[in-house]
Design a protein. Structure first.
Length: 261
């Protein structure tokens, strides 16, 4: 189990992101990678050539809730040690699963525009985070994440979904706000963790091999559904917290508690 210190928690709260080195063993990641490649080959929604896709679909191929389709994936997503890291990093007593998703950026895949994740999430909490777990050593030229340090504490652009418009807005917003931008590269086994409102982006994949990433999104175990979700957030509500009513506690079979003190 990775020891999450007070200093690590404070860094996450201050910066809106943190990198955990050697957070996952290589054997588990190897097994997961083989399974995800098979699933993504079967479920890949991107059938058009890269140059014919939208900016969003050029950035990555995305498939969600893969834990429902594979016991291997479920065993990984439901790992209590990872969920405990999420709880300790955020400083909460317990976490539920919001959803998982594989994000594969194929060779030649485009940049992921600047954005915030939580614009999509109908969650009435700031205690929600994304674990971004590469399935290979990931240098910058493969399209690593970069974060605007401390941007989760500001509110600019929170209504903008991933698009050319979000790229244009946040590029200027990050510059004008004077945010320091991270430039990490990732070894196999590293975990990148960022808050739902942290502004971030990823570069294009300039290599000849896919950039394969598994993500897990956690939320505090006492999270409620927003009273007034946007149309975009209603789509996520229906997909990941079905039948939960506005303002109610989120407690569905799709959102089990994965760790609690």
């Amino acid at each position: 189990m990775i020891d999450i210190s007070i200093e690590m928690h404070e860094k996450y709260i201050r910066d809106g992101y943190i990198r955990i080195t050697n957070g996952v063993d290589e054997e588990s990641l190897g097994q997961l990678a083989v399974e995800l490649r098979n699933l993504m080959a079967r479920l890949n929604p991107n059938v058009d050539p890269v140059e014919m896709r939208s900016t969003y679909n050029r950035a990555f191929t995305q498939v969600t809730n893969l834990w429902q389709k594979s016991e291997i994936v479920k065993n990984f997503v439901f790992r209590s040690d990872l969920a405990e890291i999420a709880a300790k990093v955020m400083g909460v007593n317990g976490v539920r699963l919001y959803h998982d998703q594989a994000l594969f950026k194929e060779a030649g895949g485009g940049a992921t525009p600047w954005h915030v994740d939580q614009v999509y999430w109908p969650l009435d909490t700031v205690n929600a985070c994304t674990f971004w777990i590469p399935l290979q050593t990931t240098p910058s030229e493969m399209g690593t994440l970069s974060f605007a340090r401390g941007s989760h504490l500001k509110t600019g652009g929170r209504e903008m979904v991933i698009s050319d418009e979000s790229e244009a807005f946040f590029s200027q917003y990050v510059k004008d706000s004077g945010f320091e931008v991270s430039a990490d590269e990732f070894d196999l086994g590293d975990i990148s963790i960022h808050a739902g409102w942290t502004v971030h982006h990823a570069g294009p994949n300039l290599t000849s091999i896919p950039r394969e990433v598994m993500t897990i999104i956690y939320m505090a175990d006492d999270t409620r559904l927003l009273e007034s979700p946007t149309k975009t957030q209603y789509v996520d509500r229906d997909a990941f917290t079905p039948e939960v009513q506005l303002g109610e506690d989120i407690n569905t079979p799709l959102n089990p508690i994965l760790f609690k003190k």
